[in-house]
Design a protein around this ligand. Structure first.
Ligand SMILES: Cc1ncc(COP(=O)(O)O)c(C=O)c1O
Length: 390
């Protein structure tokens, strides 16, 4: 029903993915961008219609978020993910990264330690550092082409009296895991026993591969709900990240008061009219079919990558549109791999070190298949060259 093969030129449209350059790049480089988590697909037609209707109105003053916005969020998470939330629990803001930073500021003090589990989305690191806290990394365990939690290490880390907060990525960027109910229950149990609040970043929650089910951390049990703050947004799954809309959800009134204070300190409490209407359109029943086709398309792109990159292990993909490829056998820093692929093959991927782990590259699969096939060809050529030059 929807055309994900269509190639929409984006260069020159003020796109970070297409118009930014790495420090070692040149202004006029014509690379294939398989880096930042931004899809090359147009937003779904019903989202575009909602935005068009808002544009037609012609007046774009400050926004009072309507009840229908909250109702859309509540209905969506109840219907699709079996998680029942209440209007009062929702604090809207201008993006998941601003939300993450505000929550760290609100729920920890400078000098305290915040747990994260590398490899993980780079802004997890910066949100901790920028708020004067220290990172306590409890690396995930890499085994048989996928990742699991290190529960023993997590237990020890949570027992540290300087730890009040843990950042969780569910689904996990870049490891591609969609954590199971059992895993989330165990994390919740550890956190609760040590009085640690879990901040669960669930921005990738609609991008799940065949046979996989996403479980919101807070939906696992009343105990999980009580120790958690959830961050969510339609931005990744519907490719509307530029519209800057997201939600922070927690059932705890005191936590909400502190978070609300931080949101106001950061002055990120005003959202824009297009984000509001786009979210309402995205969180509607019309999205089910669109997401189903999108996820099937991403899965086929992943299979294409696996088929063409034979000499390097590609991690199992359960969720997100980000493939994590083990290039450790090259024995060179992943930043060097990124640079050589860019300069010699004109394809831009992300180095694993950006996510706190050496020996991997991250490849964005969310683009038309023709573009991905060309990108993979370039990655494959580049990796072969690097293997020969070892
Ligand atoms: C786990 C995770 N959280 C947050 C973001 C960005 O959120 P936002 O654009 O809403 O600030 C990303 C983007 O890649 C992400 O992967």
């Amino acid at each position: 029903m929807y055309d994900f093969d269509i190639v929409i030129p984006r260069r020159g449209t003020a796109s970070v993915k297409w118009d930014a350059r790495p420090p070692f790049g040149k202004e006029d480089d014509e690379f294939i961008p398989l880096w930042v988590a931004d899809m090359d697909f147009p937003a779904a037609p019903f989202i575009l219609d909602a935005i068009r209707r808002r544009v037609e109105h012609g007046v774009f003053g400050y926004v009072a978020v309507p009840d229908s916005y909250y109702e859309a969020v509540i209905r969506w998470f109840s219907r699709r993910h079996g998680w029942n939330i209440e209007k009062d629990w929702i604090i809207y803001t201008t993006g998941v990264v601003p939300a993450l930073s505000a929550v760290v500021k609100a729920l920890s003090k400078p000098g305290e330690k915040v747990i994260l589990q590398s490899p993980v989305y780079n802004c997890f690191f910066s949100s901790v550092r920028n708020n004067g806290c220290n990172i306590l990394d409890v690396p995930l365990l890499y085994r048989d082409g996928t990742y699991t939690f290190d529960f023993e290490a997590l237990e020890r880390a949570c027992a540290d009296p300087q730890v009040k907060l843990m950042l969780l990525c569910n689904p996990h960027n870049p490891a591609g895991r969609v954590w199971t109910r059992g895993e989330l229950a165990r994390v919740g149990d550890i956190a609760r026993r040590h009085g640690v609040t879990v901040v669960s970043d669930e921005i990738h929650c609609e991008i799940v591969m065949p046979g996989i089910r996403f479980t919101p951390f807070a939906s696992v049990s009343p105990e999980n709900q009580a120790c958690c703050v959830t961050l969510c947004s339609p931005s990744k799954s519907f490719n509307i990240a530029g519209l800057k809309i997201s939600n922070i959800v927690t059932d705890n009134a005191e936590r909400r008061r502190l978070i609300d204070r931080a949101i106001n300190d950061f002055e990120i409490c005003d959202v824009n009219p297009f984000g509001v209407v786009a979210l309402e359109a995205a969180y509607s029943e019309e999205s089910d079919a669109w997401l189903e086709e999108l996820n099937a398309y991403i899965w086929s792109n992943y299979l294409l990558l696996k088929e063409r990159i034979k000499d390097f292990p590609v991690c199992r993909l359960e969720g997100t549109y980000l493939a994590w490829v083990d290039v450790s056998s090259l024995g060179i820093p992943s930043e060097e791999v990124e640079k050589r692929l860019y300069l010699e093959q004109k394809v831009w991927v992300n180095a694993g070190t950006m996510y706190g782990t050496e020996g991997f590259i991250r490849i964005n699969l969310a683009c038309p298949r023709s573009m991905l096939a060309e990108g993979i060809e370039r990655v494959s050529c580049g990796l072969s060259q690097l293997t020969l030059n070892k």
